[in-house]
Design a protein around this ligand. Structure first.
Ligand SMILES: [Zn+2]
Length: 390
C-alpha cells in the first residue's frame, strides 16, 4: 500500500497535478487487467430472448455485450435465466428452457469469444484463452415447479446456481419482498437446499427474506452466495443485508456480490425500488403459452434499455464494498452488478465498461491490488471450487 502511494506521489510530482486523475484511471486499468473479473449477476439474456440483440456487437444501449465485458475486465459474468414469477408451474419450466436456448444461441454464434463454464478449472482455462467464461444461473425457485428432478436437469444443462426466490414468495420459501407465507423455508425448501449441496449447485440467497436466509444457513453444508445484494447500512431496503446477516454469511464461508442498482447503494434512491417491486408483484396475467410470452415481452419493453442515473455514484458502490469488508472480512465480498436488470444506475457505473472506475475508487480507499483481485473474482472462484468442484 505504501509503495503504491509512493508511486502515485512520484507521478504527480513529475507530471503535475493535472495528470493525477488520469493517472488514477491508468493505475485502475493496470489492476483491472489482472483480475479474473467475476460478476455474480446480470440479466442480459432477457435482451437476447425479448429483443434479439447481438451480444457480439458493441451495442449503443443496454449495459453488457462481449466487447464491453472485455473492456471492463469482467471475464466471468453470471448470466441469469430469470422467469417472471407470474409464470406458474410448468409454464415457468418451459420459459426457463427458452432462456437456456437463447443463451445457447450466443454461445454457438461466438465459440471463439465466449464459452460455457461449468467448473472452476473451466473458468481459469477459458479466461486464459482470452474468452468470456459464461456461468449460468436460474433466478427463482418457482422455476423448478416443486420438482427436484427439474432442479437436477438444470444442473445437467450447465446451470451452476439458483436464487431461491425472486420478488414473490414461492411454494417453499419466503421472499424479502413477498408475503411471509411460510416463516422462512418449508420442509421441502430445506430438501431443495440439501439437494443443491449434493449435486454441486450453489445456493443463492439474494431476494430471500431474512428468516429464509437464516433457515438456509441452518441446513446448508456448503458456502452460499448472495449473488446480487448490497448492505442495509448503505440503503435500508429489504433486498440488502443487515450487518448480522453479513457476519453470518462470513461464518458460512459465503460471498455477497454487491449490487449496482442505485436504489441499493444510496438511501435517496430507495423509493424507486419500492415502486419497481410493487409494480412487478401486481402483475397477474392469467395466460399461458405464446399469449403469456407476448405479455412478458410487452411488459419487458416498458422497462426499456436506457436506464436512468440515480443519486448514487461509483463511490457509493466502493463504500458499500468497504462496509462489507469491515463487517464480514475481505474474503466474503464480490461484485453482483445486476446490469441489464436495474432501472437506475449509479453515476460512473453506467455499464460494464465502466468497471475500472470502481477499481479506481477502491484504490482511493486504500485497497491493495491483492484485495481487489479477491473482490473482483477470487472470492467467488473459491466458492465455485468448494461447491461446484474443480
Ligand atoms: Zn434479482
Amino acid at each position: 500500500m505504501k509503495l503504491q502511494l509512493a508511486g502515485v506521489c512520484m507521478f504527480v510530482a513529475t507530471f503535475g497535478l493535472a495528470a493525477s486523475a488520469q493517472d488514477g484511471n491508468e493505475a485502475a486499468r493496470r489492476v483491472q487487467a489482472n483480475v479474473l473479473g467475476i460478476d455474480g449477476h446480470n440479466d442480459s439474456v432477457q435482451r437476447v430472448l425479448y429483443d434479439n440483440v447481438d451480444l457480439g456487437e458493441r451495442l449503443s444501449d443496454g449495459m453488457i455485450d462481449i466487447p464491453r465485458l472485455q473492456e471492463g475486465g469482467v471475464h466471468v459474468p453470471f448470466f441469469a435465466l430469470w422467469v417472471p414469477t407470474y409464470y406458474k408451474g410448468s409454464e415457468a419450466v418451459r420459459r426457463t428452457l427458452d432462456f437456456r436456448d437463447a443463451m445457447q444461441r450466443v454461445l454457438d454464434k461466438y465459440p471463439d469469444r465466449i464459452e460455457l463454464a461449468t467448473s472452476a478449472r473451466d473458468i481459469e482455462r477459458i479466461v486464459t484463452q482470452k474468452k468470456i467464461a459464461a456461468v449460468l444461473t436460474v433466478e427463482g425457485g418457482h422455476q423448478i415447479d416443486n420438482d427436484l428432478a427439474v432442479l437436477r436437469m438444470y444442473r445437467r444443462m450447465g446451470i451452476l446456481s439458483m436464487t431461491l426466490t425472486h420478488f414473490r414468495s414461492n411454494d417453499w420459501a419466503d421472499s424479502s419482498t413477498g408475503r411471509p407465507d411460510h416463516n422462512g423455508l418449508t420442509p421441502f425448501g430445506k430438501e431443495v437446499v440439501r439437494e443443491m449441496n449434493r449435486i454441486g449447485m450453489i445456493v443463492d440467497i439474494s431476494h430471500v427474506s431474512d428468516k429464509t436466509f437464516y433457515d438456509v444457513l441452518q441446513v446448508t453444508t456448503k458456502p452460499v452466495i448472495a449473488s446480487h445484494s448490497s448492505c442495509r447500512a448503505s440503503s435500508d431496503v429489504p433486498r440488502n443485508m443487515t450487518d448480522d446477516m453479513l457476519r453470518a454469511l462470513a461464518k458460512n464461508g459465503g460471498v455477497v456480490g454487491v449490487n449496482f442498482s442505485a436504489s441499493f447503494l444510496n438511501q435517496l434512491d430507495a423509493e424507486d425500488l419500492k415502486k419497481f417491486v410493487a409494480q412487478e408483484n401486481s402483475l397477474e396475467p392469467n395466460l399461458t403459452g405464446a399469449a403469456l410470452d407476448d405479455y412478458a415481452a410487452k411488459e419487458n419493453a416498458q422497462i426499456g434499455s436506457h436506464p436512468r442515473v440515480g443519486n448514487a455514484t461509483v463511490e457509493d458502490a466502493a463504500r458499500c464494498i468497504d462496509h462489507v469488508v469491515k463487517v464480514a472480512g475481505i474474503d466474503h465480498v464480490g461484485i453482483g452488478s445486476d446490469f441489464d436488470g436495474i432501472p437506475m444506475v449509479p453515476r460512473g457505473l453506467e455499464d460494464v465498461s465502466k468497471m475500472p472506475n470502481l477499481t479506481a475508487a477502491l484504490l482511493k480507499l486504500g485497497y491493495s491490488e491483492r484485495d481487489i483481485r479477491k473482490i473482483m473474482g477470487g472470492n467467488f472462484l473459491r466458492v465455485i471450487r468448494e461447491v461446484v468442484g474443480q
